[in-house]
Design a protein. Sequence first.
Length: 358
Amino acid sequence: MIEDEIKRQTRGQFLRACRREPVDRTPIWIMRQAGRYLAEYRAIRARHSFLEMCKTPELACEITVQPVDVLGVDAAILFADILLPLEPAGLVIEFSEEQGPTILNPVRSTADVNALRIIEPDDCGYVLEAVRLVRKELAGRVPLIGFAGAPFTLASYVVEGGSTRLYRQCKTLMYNHPTVWHALMDKLADVVITYLNGQIEAGAQAVQVFDSWAGNLSPQDYREYVLPHSAKVFANLDHRVPHIHFAHQAGTMLELVKEAGGDVIGLDWRVEIDSAIRRLGDGVAVQGNLDPMVLFARPDVIREKVRHILARVGSRPGHIFNLGHGIHKDTPVEHVKELVRCVHDISGELHAKHSGDL
């Protein structure tokens, strides 16, 4: 009975932290934790294309659960891709190992925006089935996180036609044709809302919105061209589950990210976590924020960096440990296991100490 209670408490740490409730130890999961650094993933990838893995629920389920079994993380995140809901919206997407995604019919005019359709949940039925399979496979061991790209991050691919470092087409559309831009962002917000609410209805116990490229905007541009549409997403998500808002390289505008919405604000490593907490205030939990490159350092350095972050958070409830961005494909698996052990061990000691001081 005692062992069962310990297991129950452990799998509850992540959701309790999302709700800013006290925990016995800080929960940890890792962005891109289902990926190429794992031998188990590479074995599947050797036999299937990326899209086959995304669109085959049984494979997506197996890949999603791998890090839970291998690493002992406190949450699983669904294996999928942020561009998947754009296909049923009418965009033609090709994926290549070298160049990443390419959109063959980019959106750059009113006619292009009008041609986009608002998706229905079943348009990505394979994703919803993967969610159901993962929940069954996990059997309550840890919660499942669903996810989607934020409207701006989706727009950056949709307008540019693929990955970019300059965002020239994207910003030209924003500045020169704001009416077209806002119409596009409004449609993309509807896509994200439908997609994420479908995942929640299928069984996702939390959802994360990735605004991976928001940091390429000035605060003024974020406020004018992005914030209203991200706010629409968070206002219309199913509120039975926590919502995580991760805007990469957005340390200069954390207050605006919070204003856009989310129960948990993700932080990259470019801000000190205690400073970010003070700026965000008490209304949200935080997630982060170890530099992914630390995982190439010696185990004693990893432990030191983990202790630094946990000490800066202190006794404040509402912290989920994560990297400040996705894990690199060449990261040594043993170092990732050491990270998880360090977070659990050190945070357990710190939480016990803080509890004893009360």
